[in-house]
Write a protein that binds this ligand. Sequence first.
Ligand code: KIV
Length: 273
Amino acid sequence: MADYLSSNVNKVTTNVLQRMRNEGEKIAMLTAYDYSTAKLLDLAKIDIILVGDSAANVMAGYKTTLPITLDNMIYHASSVVRAVERAFVVVDMPFGTYQGNSKEALHSAIRIMKESGADAVKLEGGEEVSESIDRILSAGIPVMGHLGLTPQSINKFGTYAVRATDEKEAEKLLHDAQILEKHGCFALVLEKIPADLAKRVTEAINIPTIGIGAGHDTSGQVLVFHDMMGITQQFSPRFLRRYSNLGEEIITAVSNYIHDVKAVDFPNEKEQY
Ligand code: KIV
């Protein structure tokens, strides 16, 4: 790997991420929800591991991210944290644990940090969640924002289509990004918005932006691990680049195992005591 600023750090922190943004080094973020995957991502030197509430979809099989609970997220996050030495670990605050009541938001964020040992929390929304952000930050907990397609609001939008395609929504998103920066978020996820808008937002604020389906002008990129590795096979939006076809490899390996067991080929003499 080339000699990047991040190659020489033993632990990624919010300061390292800000320096990467300032010096134009792109930030690489992926999701993980378990110990073994997080260990591999950390060994590969990923900058940020997101314990996303997408765990509701890819781990638990729910149609939306809404049902996952705070206890579920803490379980996933603590499994990840036990594996990680270098990456910065961010945990999604699940639906219903921060909206509308900033005291509850603080309580939820403190539980995540105390019980999992993560480095930061992430929550969805703009101006409407700024009071919760203030309170969480007052306890010294770093907060990552998330604008554009915000899956916890799927019932309001009714679709996972590209967001902020008209100027009014684009202006609102830009305004929200500035508010999140002003309130002290250390970084911002921009999900499924036009590349031009993501560029405008990235140029208008001084904290890192991490895009997913938002073009290449953001300060970094994030993908869901199961999607980029081809484990989830039905989901193939335009923004998704598959780096492996693990789904098919697993099916082939399992079929071979079944065949070997049934043919009494496994275990062989060398594989027994
Ligand atoms: O939950 C998640 O995985 C996310 C990413 C898609 C950014 O929020």
